[in-house]
Design a protein around this ligand. Structure first.
Ligand code: UDP
Length: 311
């Protein structure tokens, strides 16, 4: 099997490269490296089945070889990244998805879209099942990501229905683990590095907003199962273990055995108040449930950041 992974040098993309290489796939990793990083895939160079192509997928994608699967993971994905790169974010979700789908059609390959819990926006239904259509502000700062992913889902379904392309859509909820960028602004690298440095934890707003955090290996396993399933409608993959951001600040300190100050910062515009995946569908269709506990996952993630920060 040969699999193309767009955004393959990113956090999730690089873990997918690892998993598929381990299973004997030939992997073509494509990335323009605007938010991805070569250090995430450096260990794969020299592997006979691994190939890296530096390319912006919003431009025509040329791949000489036959392809069995295309995993479309290219996109800025943290709020500060897509605020800094709003046009690129819209382009990769729309034009990039179009190019990747066109390639899937041409190669007769299975296509899997990395979608997001952000399609639910600031949800009015809790937890969020796949049937929920969401509550998204199209013109707010997060709209560039949310609407690009919503468009990407629509385009994926159109290619499936109109062109008969084999498609899969995963709606990814907050995921964390090694290879997240320390400075990507997301809460996990922010709190982990603050704890390691012994400086105050930056809580946005009153910290009552909730998230549900999934460890990366669990997510990769869910995506792998979805790819090889027959399900063409979107499937939520995430860990339903929900906590408020304030609770997260306490837990991470407890795990690390520290007691730091909390520094309150302004809540970003349109920051969702709650988020928790309903994973009934993933359980039933894929037989998937997350298995890594928060303590274990945070421990491994902190170890990674400790090395990166040289602490
Ligand atoms: N957040 C925080 N402090 C930080 C970074 C983020 O309190 O230093 C909050 C943010 O406002 C949001 C939650 O943590 O409510 C998760 O933010 P993140 O950027 O990780 O991802 P999101 O789920 O918002 O896409």
């Amino acid at each position: 099997m040969r699999t193309l992974i767009t955004g393959g040098a990113g956090f999730l993309g690089s873990h997918l490269c690892d998993r598929l290489i381990k299973e004997g796939h030939a992997v073509i990793c494509m990335d323009n490296l605007i938010t991805g990083n070569m250090s995430n895939i450096a260990h794969l160079f020299g592997h006979e089945k691994f190939q890296f192509i530096k390319h912006d997928v919003t431009e025509y994608i040329y791949v000489e070889e036959s392809l069995d699967n295309i995993l479309h993971f290219a996109s800025p994905a943290s709020p500060i990244d897509y605020l800094e790169l709003p046009i690129q974010t819209l382009k990769v979700g729309s034009l990039g998805t179009h190019k990747a789908l066109g390639l899937a059609k041409e190669k007769n390959a299975r296509f899997l879209l990395a979608s997001t819990s952000e399609v639910y926006g600031d949800p009015l239904i809790h937890p969020q099942p796949e049937e929920y259509f969401g509550n998204v502000n199209p013109i707010g700062p997060r709209g560039v990501y949310d609407e690009a992913k919503r468009f990407a889902e629509a385009l994926t379904m159109a290619y499936h229905r109109y062109h008969g392309v084999e498609t899969r859509i995963v709606r990814i909820f907050n995921t964390y683990g090694p290879r997240m960028r320390i400075d990507d602004g997301r809460v996990v690298p922010a709190f982990a590095s603050q704890v390691l440095k012994g400086i105050p934890l930056t809580v946005f707003g009153d910290g009552s907003q909730t998230r549900s955090f999934c460890y990366v290996t669990d997510l990769v396993d869910g995506i792998h199962r979805l790819l090889f399933s027959e399900e063409t409608d979107p499937v939520n993959i995430g860990n339903p273990h929900e906590m408020s951001i304030m609770e997260f600040a306490s837990k991470i300190q407890e795990i690390a055995g520290v007691n730091l100050k909390i520094e309150t910062k302004q809540l970003p515009e349109d920051d969702p108040k709650v988020r928790q995946p309903d994973i009934t569908k993933a359980k039933n269709i894929l037989g998937w449930t997350p298995v890594v506990s928060f303590e274990e996952g945070i421990g491994k993630t902190m170890e990674y950041f400790r090395k990166k920060l040289n602490i």
